[in-house]
Design a protein around this ligand. Structure first.
Ligand SMILES: C[S@@+](CC[C@H](N)C(=O)[O-])C[C@H]1O[C@@H](n2cnc3c(N)ncnc32)[C@H](O)[C@@H]1O
Length: 230
């Protein structure tokens, strides 16, 4: 079964069968196919930090299910998440381009990677690196290019309630059919000292839109990732 599901391309690179069971309705992917990809292809390249296995699984399933024409993600940092998306679209032969954005060097942020910005994807076909405010640049590119296909965002910049609220609201106001992944969304019982800003912001943004969106969250532990989609 395993060998049937993995094809070899002309260049000897492993290609994986589409694991999406459907493109509408209930979210379902073939978990064995995504797991084989994650273990064989993804983890050897990107490891499990800062995105543990359940988050790699959610990222892979999301890209395979929605087949986004464009992927916008911030912040780039050293390029882990951009590289994850690149490995997914290449392995599953999904025509897509990744725009990865981090702040300009002169704007202070305690997690800014300075000279290491985007080093895991620098110069790679399929990824464009930008320096700007993430949501602002993403919406500018969309306004210029007017893509017809699905749009996927990864919101992983500043993890305060205010930033996540502002960014998710701006995305859904401009692109109501967007698919959005958000990082650092794990929520523990009240009283824990975890930053629940992203979790609380998602709740507030979706409740202000009549809870018309569905969510899938990894709930096993930190850091946590949430998918928002219609
Ligand atoms: C937690 S790191 C992101 C981790 C990264 N996605 C990865 O794959 O490892 C946060 C990054 O977001 C950047 N950042 C913070 N606010 C931002 C904003 N408004 N726009 C773009 N990048 C931002 C920071 O400079 C930092 O590099």
């Amino acid at each position: 079964m395993t060998n049937q599901r993995i094809k070899m391309s002309l260049f000897g690179r492993k290609k994986f069968e589409n694991p999406a069971k459907n493109s509408q309705g209930e979210f379902e992917v073939n978990n064995w196919i995504t797991s084989e990809f994650i273990v064989q292809k993804l983890v050897p390249v990107v490891g499990v930090h800062p995105f543990p296995l359940d988050e790699l699984s959610l990222m892979t399933a999301t890209v395979c299910r929605f087949r986004p024409e464009l992927i916008f993600e911030w912040g780039t940092n050293i390029g882990k998440s951009a590289r994850i998306f690149l490995e997914i679209v290449n392995a599953f032969e999904i025509p897509s381009h990744i725009h990865s954005i981090d702040l300009p060097d002169e704007v202070f942020h305690n997690e800014h990677p300075k000279n290491d910005r985007g080093k895991l994807v620098r110069g790679m076909k399929g990824v464009t690196l930008h320096q700007a405010d993430g949501v602002t640049r993403a919406l500018e590119i969309i306004a210029q290019q007017k893509p017809a296909g699905k749009l996927l965002f990864l919101v992983d910049g500043d993890h305060s309630y205010e930033s996540v609220y502002k960014e998710l609201a701006a995305i859904l106001d401009a692109q109501p059919d967007a698919v959005v992944l958000l990082h650092d969304t794990f929520y523990q019982v009240p009283g824990s000292n975890y930053n629940t800003g992203p979790h609380d912001a998602i709740k507030a943004v979706l409740s202000a839109r009549g809870n018309a969106y569905r969510t899938i969250s990894t709930q096993l532990g930190l850091p946590g990732m949430t998918l928002v989609y219609k």
